[in-house]
Design a protein around this ligand. Structure first.
Ligand code: PRP
Ligand code: ZN
Length: 316
């Protein structure tokens, strides 16, 4: 007799099966389709963008998204809303199959999970900051000082690499007030817009690591992996679309070859004749980061009436 964990209406429970039954009674054998559980940040920098990404993947949720748990109505998925620091551990333990978390939190957790996709949002850096009126000439100024942080492991590694001996003050929140109340000489914390440092009279002096949101996975069974693959396919299409624009322009026929070489698109541009003789309409896709450079070159080559439109999804 063995005990197996199972789900019913989203609630975990345990089923007892003899060993020969074990293979049969998998999670989905109880007329309950397997759902993938994804853990996302309950509140904080990654919360809104994580929800937006799932919605852009066409996943709709019942009862809004403001609870601890929510089920998708058109995709086999459940969302758990957790503190970001807890997400790697819960994914490692299988409470959630996958999670969206900052690399900073992931590295600090040392959890045995794998990063399956960088998501391109929540970009930030883990930095050391000192009071703004303090002279700072380099990393050696940290020698013998006290640094408050919630990222002790990552910070210690950084200090070791630099050969600096400093006293790490591990704290669990509101790190930015530590110098002001005399708890530490500096802090090591996440900087995104920089407004938290600014409003606490601190300046950034060292970058410890760069971070962004990533999708992580624990030991998923084959069925969960199939669902994760479907999700990944959608996430990649959404990201690709966000990084590209659809461009339409009018071009004199004698310049078509040159203009098409500037906007090769996914396969090749679409060319349609205009009602006005000697002109064509050209449609293609361009990458966001090369946007202005390409548009300027197109204008230089005689393109007119350039329209640029956002793309909702892009499947290649
Ligand atoms: C980080 C950090 C700051 C804030 C910095 O918190 O602790 O509070 O972001 O951002 P800013 O430079 O734009 O002001 P995070 O969202 O990671 O949440 P947590 O510290 O509660 O985990
Ligand atoms: Zn956190």
């Amino acid at each position: 007799m063995t005990i197996q964990r199972a789900c019913c209406n989203g609630e975990p429970f345990f089923i007892y099966c003899s060993d020969d039954e074990k293979q049969r009674k998998t999670l989905n054998s109880m007329n309950q389709p397997r759902k993938v559980r994804i853990a996302i940040q309950k509140s904080g920098r990654l919360n809104e963008d994580s929800i937006r990404l799932l919605k852009e993947c066409g996943i709709e949720f019942e009862n809004g998204m403001n609870k601890l748990k929510s089920s998708a109505i058109n995709f086999p998925m459940e969302v758990l809303f957790l503190r970001d620091d807890d997400i790697p551990k819960y994914v490692e333990q299988g409470v959630a199959d996958i999670g969206i978390v900052g690399e900073n939190v992931l590295v600090e957790s040392s959890a045995a999970v794998q990063t399956i996709e960088k998501l391109g949002f929540g970009k930030c850096r883990l930095s050391i900051a000192v009071p703004k009126d303090k002279n700072y000439s380099g990393v050696k100024d940290l020698e013998g000082t006290r640094i408050a942080t919630t990222y002790s492991i990552v910070l210690q590694k950084f200090l070791d690499e630099k050969g600096i001996k400093a006293e790490i003050q591990p704290i669990s929140g509101s790190v930015e007030i530590a110098p002001g109340i005399g708890l530490a000489d500096s802090i090591c914390d996440i900087v995104s817009s920089g407004s938290t440092l600014f409003s606490n009279g601190l300046k950034e002096v060292e970058t410890v690591m760069y971070s962004q949101a990533v999708l992580i996975a624990g030991k998923c069974d084959a069925e969960a992996m199939r669902i994760v693959d479907r999700l990944l396919f959608r996430m990649r299409a959404v990201r690709k679309a966000n990084h590209n624009k659809y461009v339409l322009l009018n071009a004199p026929n004698e310049k078509l070859e040159k203009i098409c070489s500037l906007i090769p698109g996914m396969k090749s541009p679409t060319i349609l004749p205009l009602a006005e003789a000697g002109w064509s309409s050209v449609h293609s896709v361009i990458e966001e980061d090369k946007f202005w450079e390409i548009i300027e070159n197109l204008r230089d080559e005689g393109a007119q009436g350039i329209l640029v439109v956002p793309i909702e999804k892009m499947v290649i």
